[in-house]
Write a protein that binds this ligand. Structure first.
Ligand code: ADP
Length: 787
């Protein structure tokens, strides 16, 4: 008992007292603003902005600002923020996460922090989970802000640059997180400064913050260019991979998803393609195709991770069960799945820019978020984003009953009991929502419902609008709805007439999700705003979760298990087994995200270097100076690289320096082979380099050169970055497998990643310098020829 008590993570009353005091202040101000005319109220925006400009802290602005927004909302929407909604608003304004169950009115809560933070004049981004909600909130909540004299923008895919720029210039901008991320990537591929659409980040409010930062964090956002795939190679690789067995032909690490071929596997590939050595450089592509083919078989399950529709592979979001429109896997993996399914092979995506959602949002100086379920992930939010999770009290006491899980011995028994329970509830008219973890499972569920002659609404991977429509019907008398856990998330289920008396909505979970958080989301669909409601999970010992993560414990448990005649497990320890297993799963997923984030951090630092260089070029910032810096650095790098001071002079490569430098310099330099100090060699280049820099300076007013340099720089920067991303992906693929000695693969990746970047970056500078200087020399020659 004590241990449970200690583990309790509830936000304490003491913490909340501080917020309640502010709420009192806001309430006290209500009569003042109620007495104001519309015009006076609108005018408050200017007054508050003024106070901020004169240095006043946001903290002390909150009472007036919130009171103003509440009054505006009363007049415009006829809704008065509840006190607990004000608390949520404060939590957000301070840059933390407000945990508020479904139905508490998070949309209205967001009107408060977005207003206050927008007063700072640097733009607020309000992030929703889909375009539908973005548009809804933009239209609904936007009315309050527009009334108060702020501008509001909507950022959705496919808009033209000028529209996007306008949306980002607005005080408050609504949109989906991925679109903001893609805009960032596209901005950093722009060829002209005026093509950029975003301005520097200031403050973001992320709705359903857990789903955005935790669930979606696994797939990075990728802007890709197309390249033709080798169809035959994909098909042969798929045919081979189909027969491959784990542990014999290939190894696969569940946690890191690292895949490698074993000696046996490699021999089979070599035989199939008639080659001697798969490790040869010339077979690198083949090796890569093989690995992707194997991954297509082991990682991706049809109707769970993807579906095949009209001869196309469509990815399924494992959390919503919804198709991720237009998203494809990159690096030939998508094509490998197509080959596995015998479909036409599409063009391959080659990453030109990529960022994870996590790293995108970490660029905001201040972040905040709302969700019904964050407390179980509190540590992660604090460590990765510096946000605390505050549980905001509900407006009305909660009246939902969460009944203990029922665990059955077999899957059949589970579904049979599920169908019987649904039928029983249905007879009384009580609406039932059956939650599943995948499309495949949804189909299983409805098979059993069919057998019991029950009619239902099945939500799987239909359009968002349809989902919203169907899920909002789920609370009507006699309705049975089958949906993946998060389908139509963010939509309220309003109870129909007479439902409250029948116990409210009954939510029946058919499998525990990989995270308790998602289970809680499912439960939270019932019992909104103090409604009656009930939730219960029906599980079986054959569920994936047990089989995958608690194999040994399960075997032990099976020896002593007792059941009734319907297969219901009677041993009381079963609840402990369930809880422990889910904790193991959560732990494994957390480590995987942590691992991926660490891997991504390596590229993240490099991206910052490249993008800031790119920005300086786009803004034509001291272009010649940048070029001269590149030249000086090139000399230094080449000299130190070819004649490292830590090596003896006998091993030095003088010729390499001469070859590289003589192309650049105005007159060739020969290095005396007797030199044995690196610094002496550097000295040798001092005067020629100074001459070269003078030469470059002499082009300062040359229009042609001024036009050309930025173009050359951009094109080299971009192609270097694309290539570098590709090499880094390959490095990452291989890294899980190489545990040289005792060295941590992460360390190898970090070290080699840094080394690769150093090389690529150096080559980039040298290429730019030599192209530009070559151009200058040609101009001079032409000029001389004319004279
Ligand atoms: P959540 O996102 O927290 O689940 P919503 O923002 O969808 O909740 O709001 C749930 C419902 O409650 C909506 O119909 C909304 O209009 C209503 N609502 C929210 N706040 C208030 C309020 N202060 N007064 C009246 N109705 C409210």
């Amino acid at each position: 008992m004590l241990s449970i008590f200690k583990r309790s993570t509830h936000t304490s009353e003491r913490q909340l007292r501080k917020y309640r005091k502010v709420v009192q202040q806001i309430n006290k101000l209500e009569p003042t603003y109620e007495a104001m005319s519309d015009e006076q109220l609108t005018n408050m925006t200017a007054v508050l902005k003024e106070r901020i400009q004169s240095g006043e802290k946001i903290q002390t602005i909150i009472p007036d600002a919130f009171a103003v927004v509440r009054e505006a909302s009363k007049r415009i929407l006829g809704m008065r923020h509840f006190d607990v909604q004000l608390i949520g608003g404060i939590v957000l304004t301070e840059g933390n996460i407000a945990e508020m169950p479904t139905g508490e009115g998070k949309t209205l809560v967001a009107s408060l922090p977005s207003y206050v933070r927008a007063l700072e004049g640097k733009g607020v981004h309000v992030i929703t989970v889909n375009d539908y909600l973005a548009k809804r909130d933009y239209e609904l909540i936007g009315q309050i802000h527009r009334f108060l004299g702020l501008t509001v923008g909507l950022n959705v895919p496919m808009m033209q640059s000028p529209e996007k720029q306008a949306a980002y210039q607005a005080d408050i901008t609504y949109g989906v997180g991925t679109e903001f991320g893609f805009d960032y990537l596209r901005d950093n591929m722009a060829q002209q400064i005026d093509q950029k659409v975003q301005r520097p980040y200031h403050f973001a409010i992320i709705d359903e913050v857990d789903s955005v930062l935790v669930d979606e964090a696994k797939t990075p956002l990728i802007v890709a260019g197309k390249t033709q795939a080798d169809e035959d190679l994909h098909f042969i690789a798929a045919r081979l991979a189909k027969r491959f067995k784990q542990g014999i032909d290939f190894d696969y690490d569940d946690e890191t998803k690292a895949t490698s071929l074993t000696e046996t596997g490699i021999e089979k590939v070599e035989k199939a393609f008639g080659i001697d050595n798969l490790y040869d450089l010339e077979h690198q592509t083949l090796y890569h195709y093989m690995i992707q083919a194997v991954r297509a078989f082991v990682i991706f399950k049809r109707d769970v991770d993807y579906i095949v529709k009209e001869q196309k592979v469509e990815l399924v979001d494992m959390f919503t069960g919804r198709i991720m429109e237009g998203r494809t896997l990159s690096d030939g993996l998508h094509q490998a799945i197509e080959a596995k399914e015998g479909l036409p092979i599409t063009e391959e995506n080659k990453a030109q820019a990529q960022v994870t959602i996590q790293n995108y949002f970490r660029m905001y100086p201040k972040l905040s978020g709302m969700t019904g379920t964050a407390k179980t992930q509190e540590k992660e939010f604090r460590e990765v984003y510096g946000m605390d999770v505050i549980q905001v009290p509900t407006n009305r006491p909660r009246a939902r009953i969460d009944s203990p899980d029922l665990v059955f011995d077999t899957i059949e028994h589970k579904y049979e009991a599920m169908a019987k329970e649904v039928a029983k509830r249905h007879q009384t008219g009580q609406p039932v929502l059956v939650g599943t973890t995948s499309i495949l499972q949804s189909e299983k569920v409805v098979e059993y419902l069919d057998q019991h002659k029950l009619s239902y609404n099945l939500l799987n991977a239909k359009s968002v609008e349809q989902e919203v429509e169907l899920i909002s019907q789920a609370g009507q008398l006699g309705q049975i709805t089958v949906a993946t856990n998060m389908a139509g998330r963010g939509t309220d289920i309003v109870l129909g007439e007479g439902v409250e008396d029948r116990g409210g909505l009954f939510v029946l979970g058919t499998e525990k999700h990989e995270s308790r958080r998602v289970d809680n989301q499912l439960r939270g669909r019932s019992g909104r705003q103090g409604d009656h409601g009930e939730s219960q999970f029906f599980l079986s010992l054959e569920d994936d979760m047990f089989k995958r993560f608690a194999k040994e414990e399960l075997e032990k448990f099976l020896k002593k298990v007792t059941t009734d005649d319907k297969g219901l497990v009677l041993n009381s320890e079963v609840s402990e087994l369930t809880e422990r297993t889910q904790r193991i799963v959560e732990g494994a997923h957390y480590s995987m995200r942590e691992y991926n984030l660490k891997l991504d951090d390596v590229i993240n630092d490099q991206r910052e270097v490249i993008y800031s260089l790119r920005d300086r070029v786009l803004e034509r910032e001291a272009i010649l100076e940048q070029l001269t810096t590149m030249l000086s650095e090139t000399v230094e790098f080449v000299v130190f690289d070819s004649c490292p001071p830590e090596d003896i002079a006998d091993n030095w490569d003088f010729e390499r320096i001469e070859q590289t430098m003589n192309g650049l310099l105005l007159a060739p330099v020969t290095i005396p082979r007797t030199l044995d100090k690196t610094t002496d060699i550097l000295k040798l280049y001092e005067i020629p380099l100074a001459d070269l820099l003078d030469y470059v300076e002499s082009f300062a007013d040359n229009e042609q050169v001024n036009q050309l340099i930025p173009q050359v720089m951009l094109s080299y920067i971009d192609s270097m970055w694309i290539k570098h991303l590709e090499v880094m992906t390959r490095l990452k693929e291989g890294i899980g497998l190489r545990s040289y000695g005792q060295e941590d693969p992460m360390r190898i990746y970090q070290r080699e990643g840094l080394e690769l970047f150093g090389r690529h970056y150096q080559k980039l500078r040298r290429n730019i310098a030599s192209e530009v200087i070559g151009f200058m020399k040609r101009i001079m020659e032409q000029r001389e020829a004319l004279q």
